[in-house]
Design a protein around this ligand. Structure first.
Ligand SMILES: [Fe+2]
Ligand SMILES: [Fe+2]
Length: 280
């Protein structure tokens, strides 16, 4: 289908939400190695609700270490700049949902699990910065959130079909809606002017080929997200859908099947810890 026709169909069906302002600024900072703590602090401090949420996390037993943290800058120093960026992204992905029922909870758990899995794989292969993989994991299925917000009744039928038939989300979405969460996600990522690496992950994380992708690193990042996705679906983190492992290109990132299962075990442990920490 021609791109502009697809775009028209999507825009006629799905409304483009605005990205929570904090997330938008933080995501812009992500690729900026020189972004300062002061800048991050300034952005976060403007949002009262968000600030108090982050202080609560910083004071949780996981990070608290027995002292009380009452400013955002101390929280950033204590938790670390990178972790802080991912906490902001994780919380924003949760806020993006218009309603938060069982499916939304599952979707959020899926993205949290993926962020852990992708950063484990990145650290293992040393091909991508774990931090970059983590954010990519959090945000990869953003298109599903957007579709679910706009047309919840139809999307509910899509989900039921996925579970009944064992077909993939992409197959069922294309069939029932005429577009899928990757095309929607890609479109929104461009409207939001997200960094290009994230846009590519959102649009191509189910693709076999990467036409016109200018940077090999983006392809590697997609591959990592794809394998992380398989791990989470296997473990039933968030969503449980059978995955055909023979179709997963482990070797493209230099991974063996045996190592995949070892990392999957590690993921299970870390995920449980992380989830408890975020639910504080
Ligand atoms: Fe997906
Ligand atoms: Fe996914």
């Amino acid at each position: 289908m021609k791109d502009d026709l697809l775009e028209k169909i999507i825009l006629d069906t799905v409304d483009v939400p605005s990205l929570p302002p904090i997330a938008s600024k933080v995501l812009q900072l992500i690729n900026d190695d020189f972004a300062s703590i002061t800048e991050l602090e300034r952005i976060i401090s403007r949002d009262q609700a968000f600030s108090s949420r982050l202080l609560r996390i910083a004071n949780s037993p996981y990070y608290g270490r027995g002292r009380s943290i009452d400013t955002i800058s101390t929280a950033i120093i204590l938790i670390g700049f990178n972790t802080m960026k991912s906490l902001v992204t994780a919380a924003s992905m949760k806020d993006l949902h218009r309603q938060f029922g069982l499916f939304e909870q599952k979707l959020w758990e899926h993205s949290l699990g993926l962020s852990v899995a992708a950063s484990l794989l990145a650290a293992e292969t040393q091909m991508i910065q774990p931090e970059e993989a983590l954010i990519a994991g959090l945000i990869h299925d953003m298109g599903k959130i957007i579709i679910n917000n706009s047309i919840p009744e139809s999307y509910c039928m899509v989900i039921e079909r996925v579970y009944e038939t064992g077909l993939t989300f992409i197959e069922v979405e294309d069939d029932m809606l005429g577009f899928n969460h990757c095309s929607v996600g890609g479109l929104i990522a461009r409207k939001w002017k997200l960094p290009r690496n994230l846009e590519v992950v959102i649009e191509y994380h189910h693709s076999e080929s990467f036409p016109g992708i200018e940077d090999n690193n983006y392809e590697t990042l997609c591959q990592i997200v794809k394998i992380a996705d398989a791990m989470c679906l296997n473990l039933g983190i968030g969503l449980r859908i059978p995955v055909n492992l023979s179709k997963i290109g482990f070797d493209q990132i230099g991974l063996t099947e045996e190592r995949f299962y070892e990392l999957q075990e590690r993921l299970k442990r870390i995920y449980i810890e992380q989830k408890a920490q975020l639910l504080e």
